[in-house]
Design a protein around this ligand. Sequence first.
Ligand code: FAD
Length: 469
Amino acid sequence: MSAFDVIILGGGPAGYQAAERLGSHHRKVLLIEPQFLGGTCLNVGCIPTKTLLHSAKLYFHSRDAGSFGVTVEGLRYDWETMQGWKEEVVTKLREGIAFQMKRSGVAVIEGWGRLISPPRGTEPARVQISQGEKAGEEYSALAVLVCTGSVPIIPPIPGIQNNPAVVDSTGLLDSRDPPQSLVVVGGGVIGVEFAGLFSALGVPVTVIEMTDEILPFMDRELAPLLRKSLKGVDFRLGFRVEKIEGNTLAYTNREGKSEQLTADRILMAVGRRAQTQGWGAETVGLDVGPQGVVVDEWMRTNIPGIWAAGDVTGRSLLAHGAYRMADVASQDILTYLEGASPRRGTFRMRWGAIPWVVYGINEAAGVGLTEQDAQRQGIPYKKVTVPLKVSGRFVAENGFGIPGTCKVLADPHKGRILGIHLVGPYASEIIWGAALILEQELRIQDVRELIFPHPTVSEVLRDAVWAFE
Ligand SMILES: Cc1cc2nc3c(=O)[nH]c(=O)nc-3n(C[C@H](O)[C@H](O)[C@H](O)COP(=O)(O)OP(=O)(O)OC[C@H]3O[C@@H](n4cnc5c(N)ncnc54)[C@H](O)[C@@H]3O)c2cc1C
């Protein structure tokens, strides 16, 4: 049985990032991954969706370029080439991760890892491989980091199983032809992004969402703004899908109103859940809650010597959340392996400072409390809302057809910023600065002292902090 300092289950953003961090600190690391390095994000998530979206944006903006004085003739898109480009991007980046692992001295095994005993006192943890070339082999480690990610939720709607018209995000990303028409079940981030991608290509899209507004975690003033900017998408809000027969869906609202719709393809995008099964959580007695593996701010589980990071914790189902959790866990594992007393306080997760983004022709992004969060939690706040059309750069590049807004909440006494929320193109590139403001607990006065380059859309943040009384 080969012995390691750390064994990591899962080679997604959490797993490979932690492997690199620990490996580059000269720790002996084993990374176990049954499929592809890069996990959901690189292979069937963030990167393939944004690669296809880039092509869709080029097509969409070329179609609309006339109003900016540029005429494109004979415009069309080629799905096969788009798919080819996506594959090239994914393959190159995957090779990049394999190289990173090599450079950091990380051993990688293709297989499914299973915890068979936890670390106890001076006894290391044991992990067995249950498929692939090394099936049956056992490895030991002083520390284990669980990064097994998440899987799509399949709702119990009659007619889903074995229905070739019904796909999940992975199936739709890999399809050989674009859908002729698309129904998306679920108005969360993944559903809205796919709706935006295909409507930009001119595909008729309908989104059926059970609640009264899309993106339930978003500020209630801003979510409708993003929805209305998806002009090619028909939203059926407050409707629950009852059954699917072939290509036809039947759905009903709370008042009992029923509708039917037929589409070429039906995307199930009702959410994802932490992958907590099949790798021995129960065998070693890990505390698993309804969201996922229970962790503290240092990514420690209830068992000393076992950490968890990324989607498997259910704390943030986002790749950048996974990267940060991996950094925090690696730091804590290094301290543990050195036998030093744990450093607490500085390098920890601030769950409220994880930004989120919804990508598309228009974008939305946010970090920290929404107005509704503050109201629910009884937290006093003051707010300002600034339209993006105050930004010269925004107007020059978007005209007046795409809505954009920035909303900032702050503590009414000390002026500490509590939340920053944006709708508008570039929101994804601005939000890291907002996350820094939240992570560092900056006040209105601190942000007033920053210099924002001009002309940029990010200047709207400066306008917002100066707009506070
Ligand atoms: C369509 C789509 C679009 C997305 N777009 C974005 C986006 O734009 N931005 C963003 O931040 N996030 C996005 N996400 C979410 C993002 O992909 C995840 O948050 C991220 O991949 C989580 O990383 P992770 O390392 O925790 O898990 P994963 O990436 O899911 O990786 C987990 C890995 O663990 C492996 N594994 C599972 N069990 C075992 C085991 N027992 N032993 C060994 N290995 C195991 C799996 O094979 C998998 O490769 C998207 C997701 C989807 C589905």
